[in-house]
Design a protein around this ligand. Structure first.
Ligand code: ACO
Length: 316
C-alpha cells in the first residue's frame, strides 16, 4: 500500500566493492539519504536540501549480498523544513524477537528550496496518536539540536597538534558525480568523506586497518559545497574509552585557487576496532595540553547529548 509521505526501498552491496564483507557507514548513509530525499521532495513538491543528518547508532553490521531495506516517513514539518524519520533493517536476519534486525535509525531534516530561497511546505497533520507523538518528539529535538550545534561550532580545532595527537586531513575534489540539483554536493557524499577521514584517523591510532563507526553524531551542514571545490576533512582523535575512539570532524571547502577554506560542516564519530563482532580494547590517549583537555571534555559531553537525543528518538 502506498502511504503519502512514506517510502521503503531495498538495497544490496556486492562483495567485490566491499571486500571486508560488511557495508561501510558511507554507503549506508547514502542509501538512507536517497530514500529520505525522495520522501521529502515528494512531500514538498520541490527541490530539497539536507540541512541536518541525525545521530546514528550502528548496532548491527550490514553484510554484503544481503537485502537491506530503508524505510523513511515524514514525521514533522515546520515552515520550509521537512523532518524525516528513517531506519535500515535486514528482512532476512531476525533479531531476538524474530523481527527483522534494525541496524540503525536516524532523523533527517530537509529544507525545501526554489532558486536557493526556502519555500514553506504543506503542513504534516498527524492522524494517529503515534504520529502525534513522533511529531512532538521531532519538535522537541529541534531545541536540543540547536544546543548541540552551538557546542560543535564552539569546539576549537588546533592550528598545531602535539606529537601524541592523531590528526588526519583528507582532501577530495567535489565532482559532478557527487552533485545534486543546482551543482551543489549531496549530503551523502559529505557523510562518506567524513566516515573515511574518521576511519583513517581511528585506524592510525589503533594500529589496525579494520575499524568501523559505532556511532555517527549528526552532521550539521553549515554551507553548501559547489562542484569543482576542494573539500578538506580534518579528523582529530579527541578521546578514548576502554574500547572506543571519539573523533571530531570538521569539513572545509575552498575554490581550487584559494588557500583558505570555509567551514561547511562538522560532526563527531565513535569508532571501534571490531574483533569477532565485538569492539576490542584500544590504546589510551591522554590530552597533553589545556586545549586538548577542553576539547575532550566537550566532545564527550556532546556525544552523550547526541546519544541521548538518538535514544529518545528511536524509542517510538
Ligand atoms: C548500519 C551499519 O551497520 S553502518 C556500517 C558501519 N558500522 C558497522 O558495521 C558497525 C555495526 N556494529 C557492530 O558491528 C557492533 O555493534 C560493534 C562492533 C560496533 C560494537 O559491538 P560491541 O562491542 O558489542 O558494542 P558496545 O555497545 O559494547 O560498544 C563498543 C564500544 O563503543 C562505545 N560506544 C558505542 N556507541 C557509543 C556512543 N553512542 N557514545 C559513546 N560510546 C559509544 C561503547 O561505550 C564501547 O566502548 P567502551 O567499552 O570503551 O565504553
Amino acid at each position: 500500500m502506498h502511504v503519502r509521505g512514506a517510502l521503503s526501498l531495498d538495497f544490496s552491496a556486492e562483495s567485490y566493492t566491499h571486500p571486508t564483507g560488511t557495508v561501510d557507514a558511507g554507503t549506508v548513509i547514502a542509501w538512507i539519504d536517497k530514500v529520505g530525499y525522495a520522501v521529502a521532495a515528494s512531500w514538498s513538491g520541490s527541490f530539497v536540501r539536507a540541512a541536518y543528518v541525525g545521530n546514528m547508532q550502528f548496532r548491527h553490521p550490514v553484510p554484503v549480498d544481503t537485502r537491506a531495506t530503508v524505510q523513511a516517513r515524514v514525521v514533522y514539518t515546520e515552515g520550509a523544513q521537512i523532518h524525516v524519520q528513517t531506519r535500515l533493517l535486514l528482512p532476512e536476519i531476525p533479531d531476538a524477537e524474530g523481527r527483522p534486525v534494525v541496524c540503525t535509525d536516524c532523523l533527517m531534516v530537509y529544507t525545501a528550496e526554489e532558486d536557493g530561497v526556502p519555500q514553506d511546505v504543506p503542513v504534516w497533520e498527524p492522524a494517529t496518536e503515534r504520529q502525534a507523538e513522533r511529531a512532538r518528539q521531532a519538535r522537541e529535538a529541534t531545541g536540543l539540536r540547536a544546543e548541540i550545534e552551538g557546542g560543535m561550532a564552539a569546539m576549537p580545532f588546533p592550528d598545531q597538534v602535539g606529537e601524541r595527537d592523531e590528526l588526519v586531513t583528507l582532501r577530495f575534489l567535489a565532482g559532478a558525480s557527487h552533485a545534486t540539483v543546482g551543482s551543489t554536493v549531496r549530503a551523502a557524499a559529505v557523510m562518506r568523506w567524513i566516515d573515511e577521514a574518521a576511519a583513517v584517523c581511528a585506524a592510525r591510532w589503533s594500529g589496525t586497518e579494520n575499524v568501523v563507526a559505532a556511532f555517527a553524531g549528526g552532521v550539521r551542514f553549515v554551507e553548501t559545497i559547489r562542484v569543482g571545490e576542494v573539500v578538506s576533512v580534518d579528523a582529530l582523535l579527541v578521546h578514548t574509552s576502554a574500547r572506543a575512539m571519539h573523533v571530531a570532524l570538521r569539513v572545509y571547502a575552498a575554490r581550487r585557487h584559494e588557500r583558505q577554506g570555509r567551514v561547511v560542516a562538522h560532526s563527531l564519530a565513535v569508532m571501534v576496532a571490531p574483533d569477532d563482532g565485538r569492539a576490542r580494547p584500544v590504546e589510551q590517549w591522554e590530552p597533553e595540553s589545556e586545549w586538548a583537555a577542553g576539547l575532550e571534555e566537550k566532545a564527550v559531553e556532546l556525544v552523550r547529548l547526541r546519544s541521548e537525543a538518538g535514544a529518545t528518538w528511536s524509542s517510538v
